[in-house]
Design a protein around this ligand. Structure first.
Ligand code: NAD
Length: 496
């Protein structure tokens, strides 16, 4: 028996159903104007997503507010069951949504998009199962006076998404927010909104009307209205540092909590005793080359011990040369495209800067596709930058493209200092067979997520979030739900 499905089975049908549409109060609400969404692999317009302004944004907040009391009063486990059931329903339609995601982001269907759907659905099941963990505490204040804390929902949560991994990042925000009893307004990324709408509508169908609302629009016309609104009780944002600052300022004006997941320039330190094969796989995966490096956690500064540098470089280039760059929809493709011409220019400008730097070496791996139907400007080869000074913009700034800086090291204290010498602090890895080196490094690396001999992406039950200018607050895990989507009330009962 085949499971009942909700979405049209072809990606074009899905995109058509979200043309100039917001999902508000359980219904499709048409907008007057639209924002063109392009297929980065071909340059063709895929469709027009909603262009929301203040009226549309206010309406979504109004719908979320109206649904708030009923949702907060719904028993936690009942909320969790609805969210978990939605996870299974999304998994049943994962292929269709993955295809929409590949079309709008340019990420390869096989290496990136299917996996993103698996994690997104899993996050709903994970948080759905945590509903009864929304516990408070009893406090030993006085044996005759019951003193306790409870966890309450915050109210309307605004969740603002970037384009690079929109479904996983959406679920990291809305699954804990919903299970904790909040209602939500999601602002999709205007560059890749359609898969977000498709997955969110399946979730919406499992919830009372108005509990989850999804709108699309630009940051200026829609996002800024959302963050400034007096009825929003919490903003959770993933995106760039510059926009994160604006979001934080808007939250400060209303004195509401704000979670920020921002950029990174994560170091990967390879020691002389590390397993070479593992480090090469770790560098390719950690740098997210199959996602064109468009990852906040990308291991974009790779420090390789002098004694293994040449072996590492040759094995890394061999591996990268075998990756196929091509049409994201093609099953044979490992690496798709950059998201947009604007982003591609930013990346190319960094590479040009490196090329103009005396003594620097720029190595390009693999081959660009020759298919004439593809838009050549948005495909980019994995690029390795060598011999750059540590204060070079390519070493210090997040490039958000398939560009890794590779540096030699020989002095351990010096490499730890260099690893910590950017203003970011999202993630770091060290590769060694020495337990004492690993323990020393994990205590000294100034990052929110430190791994030894592996470079895994976000896991549902492992708390994740950056130090420094990489952000504020944690996502994933029970901690994220309790700390960031509830408020703690202290109750003292005295019948003495
Ligand atoms: P962006 O900051 O340009 O946009 C993110 C979102 O913010 C979009 O939905 C955009 O419309 C909205 N926005 C823009 N201006 C706004 C405003 N004034 N008020 C409210 N919302 C506004 O980021 P992007 O280009 O979509 O994504 C790439 C960035 O995201 C990178 O810097 C990357 O490091 C970061 N990122 C971080 C993480 C993490 O977990 N730390 C994960 C993925 C991406």
């Amino acid at each position: 028996m085949t499971a009942q499905t909700f979405l049209p089975s072809d990606p074009a049908g899905v995109i058509a159903s979200y043309t100039r549409v917001n999902l508000v109060g359980g219904a499709h609400v048409a907008t007057q104007t639209g924002i063109a969404v392009l297929n980065p692999a071909t340059g063709a317009e895929l469709g027009q997503a909603a262009a929301s302004g203040a009226d549309e944004t206010n309406a979504a907040i109004g719908a979320a507010k109206a649904a708030g009391a009923g949702w907060a009063a719904t028993p936690a486990r009942a909320r969790g069951k609805m969210v978990a059931a939605a996870g299974r329903a999304i998994a049943a339609e994962a292929e269709t949504i993955a295809r929409v995601l590949a079309l709008e982001t340019g990420k390869a269907i096989r290496t990136e998009c299917r996996g993103e759907l698996t994690v997104a659905a899993d996050l709903l099941e994970f948080y759905g199962g945590l509903a009864s963990e929304l516990k408070g505490e009893t406090v030993p204040f006085n044996p005759r006076i019951l003193t306790m804390t409870t966890r309450e929902p915050l109210g309307v949560v605004a969740a603002i998404l970037p384009w690079n991994v929109p479904l996983v990042l959406m679920m990291l925000k809305i699954a804990p927010a919903l299970v904790a009893g909040n209602t939500v307004v999601v602002k999709a990324s205007e560059e890749a909104p359609f898969a977000t709408f498709a997955a969110a509508e399946i979730l919406m169908k499992h919830l009372p009307d108005g509990v989850l609302n999804v709108i699309n629009g630009t940051g200026a016309a829609c996002g800024s209205v959302l963050t400034a609104h007096k009825d929003v009780a919490k903003v959770t944002f993933t995106g760039s540092e510059a926009v994160g600052q604006m979001v934080y300022e808007a939250g400060a004006k209303n004195i509401i909590p704000v979670s920020l997941e921002l950029g990174g320039k994560s170091p990967m330190i390879i020691c002389a005793d590390a397993d070479l094969k593992k480090t090469v796989t770790g560098a390719v995966n950690g740098m997210r080359f199959t996602r064109q490096g468009q990852s906040c956690t990308a291991a974009s500064r790779i420090y390789v011990h002098d004694t293994v540098f040449d072996d590492f470089m040759s094995a890394l280039q061999d591996t990268l040369n075998k990756l196929v760059i091509g049409d994201p929809m093609d099953e044979g493709t490992d690496i798709g495209t950059i998201i947009s011409a604007k982003q591609a220019k930013v990346i190319r400008d960094y590479v040009t800067l490196a090329e103009q730097t005396e003594g620097a070496e720029v190595l390009r791996c693999s081959a660009l596709p020759s298919d004439a139907s593809l838009s050549p400007d948005l495909f980019m080869q994995p690029t390795l930058l060598l011999n750059l000074p540590e204060d070079h913009p390519c070493v210090q700034n997040e490039i958000f493209g398939p560009v890794a800086v590779i540096q030699r090291w020989s002095d351990y204290d010096d490499v730890i200092e260099k690893a910590n010498a950017t203003h970011y602090g999202l993630a770091a890895t060290i590769w060694t067979t020495s337990l004492s080196t690993a323990l020393d490094a994990t205590s000294r690396l100034n990052s929110g997520y430190v791994q030894v001999n592996q470079n895994l992406t976000i896991q549902p039950n492992v708390s994740y979030g950056g130090f420094g200018r990489s952000g504020l607050g944690k996502e994933a895990s029970l901690e994220a739900m309790l700390e960031h989507f509830t408020r703690k009330k202290t109750i003292v009962l005295n019948f003495d």
